[in-house]
Unconditional design. Structure first.
Length: 444
């Protein structure tokens, strides 16, 4: 009875084959077709026509090498695929294929040997799936990852690297090498604890930082870190956990910035601010002190003192004269202090004026006469009646004219002879002072 049923099944088998053929032909996401033992196309479905661009009438009977790039045909890629499928029963790969219009596309290819009941090779079933979009996405991702890798590797001011879940270094950029002194070959695979000072390692700070980053999602801090040569530096550190699409922890991304230069710059800024404040306070003091000192030295007081000179006895007259001169010098000193204050605040305007140099020399000589007398030095001035030039508040004189000044020490006990500015102690030779186009005092 079973044998009778088996004889009646050919009709059913033909029906199954027809259904299978219709099923394969209706699939348009895959190119599914048959090759004869020599590699010529024996069947063609709608998916093959859509993917490769050939109609059945154009492709049936032609060799499947038509789908391969010229370089792979020359390299014997087609024969290699047929040989592998024949010997191993199956051959699979991904690679570039060619459409009818010459366009390249990326495909996943499976070639399976088809044998009859006796084991004789009847041909090959070939299934091709186009993966161009996936390939493009992968290539774009690869380029993005490469660009990111180059970007990170090229950063020199920050140490940027990855650690595994146990805290071992996985990647290393140029900035990390510059800051820490370790090369990638020396540090990759080593625990990150190498970058912590011994005291922090003893307190298990590296593992605590990892746990904090996992628990809080991020760790940011400033602290001391250790270089390869044993020196420490102050750093700002950011530690972030990295997860995959499923939420599994992959490791940690760590960014470290050396704060040595910024701290130095901040200290310098503070010192500069302190210096500027000290200068401001000095100028403010000079301004206040000058005005306070100048108050009792008004022109009216000096005039009153001068009016009394003629009504006093000769001995008091000389003392009052010296007092007047000292007061005038003090007033001039105060005026110079005010000039310093005005200069510092940018309030002093310099204007050139006509000036009599001989009068200035007489003033200077007079102001130093007492000191010259104490040094037993007599000052002689020789010059024209008037030598004029240009003069400003900083006492810069420009003028020309004949004038000489000489000094010579007087005879007296050696113990009383002291050098006067411009005179050498014990020398009897006159010392001369001269003016030039841009005024200068000096011995000649």
């Amino acid at each position: 009875m079973p044998e009778q049923n088996s004889r009646t099944r050919p009709g059913h088998a033909a029906l199954d084959e027809e259904l299978a053929r219709l099923l394969i032909e209706s699939i348009d996401d895959y190119a599914i077709f048959m090759l004869d033992p020599s590699g010529h196309v024996a069947s063609w479905n709608s998916g093959a026509e859509r993917i490769k661009g050939y109609s059945p009438g154009e492709i049936l009977g032609r060799h499947f090498s038509l789908f391969y790039p010229p370089g792979e045909i020359v390299a014997g890629k087609c024969e290699h695929a047929l040989r592998c499928a024949t010997e191993q029963g199956r051959f699979a790969e991904e690679g570039w294929r060619i459409r009818k219009n010459g366009e390249r596309f990326w495909a996943s290819v499976t070639l399976t040997a088809m044998r009859d009941a006796t084991g004789r090779l009847r041909g090959f079933a070939k299934v091709t799936k186009e993966l161009t979009e996936r390939r493009q996405a992968e290539e774009q991702l690869r380029r993005s990852e490469e660009q990111f890798r180059l970007l990170v590797s090229g950063v020199k001011d920050y140490a940027i690297f990855m650690m595994d879940t146990e805290g071992r270094v996985l990647t290393w950029n140029e900035g990390a090498a510059n800051i820490t002194g370790y090369t990638a070959k020396e540090i990759v695979g080593e625990p990150v604890a190498l970058l912590y000072p011994p005291g922090d390692v003893a307190r298990e700070k590296p593992s605590q930082d990892i746990e904090t980053a996992k628990r809080e999602g991020r760790l940011e801090e400033e602290g001391w870190r250790l270089r390869k040569d044993g020196t420490t530096y102050q750093a700002r550190v950011t530690l972030s956990p990295v997860y995959d699409a499923t939420g599994a922890l992959l490791g940690f991304a760590k960014v470290t910035r050396d704060l040595t230069e910024s701290k130095r710059a901040e200290d310098e800024r503070v010192r500069l601010a302190q210096a500027q404040e000290a200068i401001r306070m000095r100028d403010e003091f000079l301004s206040i002190a000058s005005h306070e000192l100048k108050t009792p030295l008004t022109a009216l007081q000096l005039q009153s003192l001068r009016e009394r000179l003629d009504s006093v006895e000769p001995r008091a007259h000389a003392k009052l004269e010296r007092a007047v001169h000292s007061t005038e010098r003090l007033s001039d000193l105060i005026e110079k202090l005010l000039d310093v204050s005005r200069l510092s605040s940018g309030q002093l305007t310099l204007n050139l004026e006509r000036f009599d140099l001989l009068a200035a020399v007489n003033d200077v000589t007079e102001s130093l006469r007492e000191a010259a007398s104490n040094a037993s030095c007599v000052v002689h001035i020789q010059g024209a009646q008037s030598i004029e030039g240009n003069w400003d508040r900083l006492r810069r004189f420009r003028g020309r004219g004949p004038m000489r000044a000489s000094s010579s020490p007087t005879r007296g006990p050696a113990s009383r002879r002291r050098p006067f500015p411009g005179c050498s102690a014990g020398s009897s030779a006159p010392r001369r002072y001269a003016t030039t186009a841009d005024w200068a005092w000096g011995c000649t």
